[in-house]
Write a new protein. Structure first.
Length: 206
């Protein structure tokens, strides 16, 4: 394999790297949601197969996939949640790194990196993200109330009603409601309320 190979689409990616996943003893993954690396999870995880698997996700994953995450954790997958931006990455045995790229040509591009110096730098970034992230069980407990209110908040945002009206509808104080909206936007990785609605539709919350 060349030091860096760029491929288009998950089908080509996993056609080229399936043997690497099969042989890997340690898999580290950073992603925004469970669908980022869809082809790497062709079904519900039934076993880690003795592999060490670590995954870092953004909080939005807890809005629609908390049950799947808890199931994976019970099977031995180590999962943490980070509120900072992540570089969507898979690392195999600290020897191969796969980086998600752009979608400018209509399909996702991926860079498969095997050059040791480059891989080591990517591993260092992942380890820093892992150390700064929160264990799933801890973050999920704090996130529970927001997850319950998220569909209602998103509906209210979509309706265009004023914050004061939305807060009264939910039985919240205005400041509390606005804090919930900010937390929800952060969980969805959105920079505006409109974008939060769009992102919620993408992940199936709306």
């Amino acid at each position: 394999m060349d030091d860096v190979v760029v491929v288009r689409g998950e089908q080509e990616l996993f056609a080229r790297t399936a043997h690497l996943f099969a042989r890997a003893e340690e898999i580290s993954c950073a992603a925004n949601d469970l669908h980022t690396w869809a082809a790497s999870r062709p079904g519900e995880i039934q076993s880690t197969g003795g592999k060490r698997i670590r995954k870092v996700y953004r909080p939005g994953v807890l809005l629609d996939s908390a049950r799947e995450l808890r199931h994976a954790e019970r099977l031995g997958v180590q999962i943490r949640i980070t509120t900072t931006e992540v570089n969507e990455t898979i690392i195999l045995d600290s020897r191969i790194a796969i980086l998600a790229g752009d979608k400018s040509a209509g399909s996702q591009s991926y860079s498969v990196v095997s050059k040791p110096e480059l891989v080591q730098g990517i591993v260092s970034l992942f380890e820093a993200a892992w150390r700064g992230a929160t264990e799933l069980s801890v973050y999920d407990a704090d996130f529970a109330e927001l997850r319950l209110q998220a569909p209602q908040i998103l509906d209210l945002l979509s309706s265009g009603c004023k914050d004061e009206t939305a807060a009264r509808t939910l039985g919240l104080g205005l400041r509390t409601y606005r804090r919930r909206v900010a937390e929800l936007m952060d969980a969805l990785g959105a920079t505006s309320r409109f974008q939060a609605g769009a992102r919620a539709r993408e992940v199936g919350i709306l």
